[in-house]
Design a binder for this molecule. Structure first.
Ligand SMILES: Cc1cc2nc3c(=O)[nH]c(=O)nc-3n(C[C@H](O)[C@H](O)[C@H](O)COP(=O)(O)OP(=O)(O)OC[C@H]3O[C@@H](n4cnc5c(N)ncnc54)[C@H](O)[C@@H]3O)c2cc1C
Length: 476
């Protein structure tokens, strides 16, 4: 007999499992289909969590290397045991997967193991690892199939040498030297992690600056910090050819230079896993890159079919996927929800960290918005000096006519936590004056945000009396 559900969710990443929990919370009979033996998707198994667990070990080693500056003498040399680092990371993943499983059980979500495929309106097949096919029916389907790393065609296919983040996060040992192709968030987090662990690291980036998706000031600030530690950068450069043999890999760059490496990490982007999931059976036409178009309610062009997270291409971040999941589940359950107006922060977990929310300077300029910039160097803060973490800045974009807060960007210790303040204020459509009126804990890194806000209207007290406010763009 065909099992019937109110909602079927395909994919158990941070989009899918959260959508399933919300649908079940609202009283829907909910099925969650997952083809991997592990729940949690990219985020938990090949993304956010494993990368942050590995970064934590590298960061500690980096901090020990700087202990002398705080008057702490470390006898002998601290070294990293990568097998032990991996073991700890795996135990974190196991605990979190168990947590997702028990949350789903507690809400009565039926988890079906296998590959989900739409086979017409309201119908989904689930093919298990042995090839057995079951059909289920559901009034609504939420596609949460996520994405996978792009592998460059024509490059050597040996995954022990030419890797994506999928393999690199689970390396049993470290290479002596590593070439990272792509200086985006994943490339930079790996570069920081690997260099601190003792790997000679080179980054090749096609764009003129690293982290091109963030505010330009972030890459401009972080790159010299990383370069000082020994990471080599080739910007505005393409890897023309890559050849590997038993001795290693040789990359020829568009600059004419050559880079040799034991391993290569390809971090040039991700593509949606929307092939062969039966989109055509419900009349959905994906974009040329395979993303499923949705409106702000996460509704696709097919009635009763929603698409969330990386697969819709709106924002390839875990917290965006989870928010999409809640919105889709509510709409599928007859409520009215939208992602319109919800700011999504971007975070980079290097050391120092970086984060941003709202418009970047380039976006504001391109949109012709008249804005002023407030800036505050992290190094001026009492907290930064006390803990010897003085690198970075806070930057605030203020609408020059309305005073509205447009965007906040920062590099510095705990930036990924501090950015929460900006997210809240942007969501509430606060003005920069309102931001400047807040009292921050003292001493804290968050004080830089208040000071940068005040600087944007010429009132920062912990900067010398103001030069004229930097006016960057004029309306008309
Ligand atoms: C190295 C790395 C680090 C990252 N770090 C961060 C970070 O720090 N912060 C952040 O916000 N984001 C980070 N991300 C991005 C984040 O992991 C993704 O944005 C997020 O996982 C997307 O969630 P999702 O639910 O859309 O899809 P996914 O997490 O990709 O989950 C999709 C799930 O669907 C399953 N699936 C696919 N097709 C089918 C099918 N037909 N049937 C059944 N199951 C199927 C897959 O097996 C998978 O479990 C990182 C990504 C990487 C690669």
């Amino acid at each position: 007999m065909t099992d019937r559900f109110d909602i079927v969710v395909i994919g158990s990443g941070p989009g899918g499992y959260v959508a399933a929990l919300e649908a079940a919370r609202l009283g829907g009979r909910t099925a969650l289909v997952e083809e991997s033996p592990n729940l949690g998707g990219t985020c938990l198994n090949f993304g956010c969590i494993p990368s942050k667990a590995l970064l934590a070990s590298s960061h500690l080693l980096h901090e020990i290397s700087e202990a002398k500056g705080l008057g702490v003498r470390v006898e002998g040399s601290a070294t990293i045991d990568w097998a032990a680092v991996q073991k700890r990371k795996d135990s974190v993943l196991r605990r979190l997967r168990a947590g997702v499983k028990s949350l789903l059980e507690a809400r009565g979500v039926v988890v079906l193991s296998g590959r989900g495929r739409l086979v017409g309106p309201g119908k989904v097949t689930v093919t298990d690892a042995k090839g057995a096919v079951a059909q289920i029916e559901a009034s609504n389907a939420i596609l949460a199939v996520g994405s996978e790393p792009v592998r460059l065609p024509g490059w050597p296919e040996d995954p022990s040498r030419v890797c994506t983040s999928d393999e690199a996060l689970h390396w049993k040992d470290l290479p002596g030297n590593l070439l990272i192709v792509g200086g985006g968030v994943i490339g930079c987090e790996f570069a920081c992690m690997m260099q601190a662990a003792g790997v000679k690291t080179t980054v090749v980036e096609l764009m003129p600056e690293i982290l091109p998706e963030m505010d330009e000031s972030i890459g401009q600030t972080l790159r010299p910090i990383f370069a000082k530690r020994g990471i080599a950068f080739h910007l505005g450069t393409k890897v023309e050819t890559l050849e590997c043999n038993d001795a290693g890999c040789v990359a020829r760059l568009s600059s004419g230079e050559t880079v040799t490496a034991d391993r290569v990490l390809v971090a040039v982007g991700r593509r949606p896993k929307t092939k062969d999931i039966g989109l055509e059976t419900v009349g959905i036409a994906p974009s040329p890159r395979g993303f499923v178009p949705v409106d702000d309610r996460m509704q696709t062009s097919a009635s009763g079919v929603y698409c969330i997270g990386d697969a819709n291409g709106r924002c390839l971040l875990a917290h965006a996927a989870s928010m999409h999941g809640v919105v889709a589940a509510r709409n599928a359950m007859g409520q009215s929800a939208s992602v319109d107006g919800v700011p999504i922060p971007g975070a980079v977990y290097t050391f120092p960290e970086a984060a941003g929310a709202g418009l970047t300077e380039r976006q504001a300029t391109e949109q012709g918005i008249p804005f002023a910039i407030g800036r505050f160097p992290i190094g001026h803060l009492g907290k930064a000096m006390a803990i010897d973490r003085t690198e970075g800045f806070a930057k605030v974009l203020r609408h020059r006519e309305t005073g509205a807060l447009l965007g906040v960007h920062m590099v510095g210790h705990n930036a990924t936590e501090c950015i929460a303040l900006a997210v809240g204020l942007l969501h509430k459509k606060a003005t920069v004056e309102e931001m400047g009126a807040l009292a921050m804990a003292h001493p804290s890194i968050s004080e830089s945000l208040k000071e940068a806000a005040e600087d944007a209207f010429g009132a920062a007290l912990h900067l010398p009396p103001k030069k004229a406010i930097r006016v960057v763009a004029d309306a008309d």
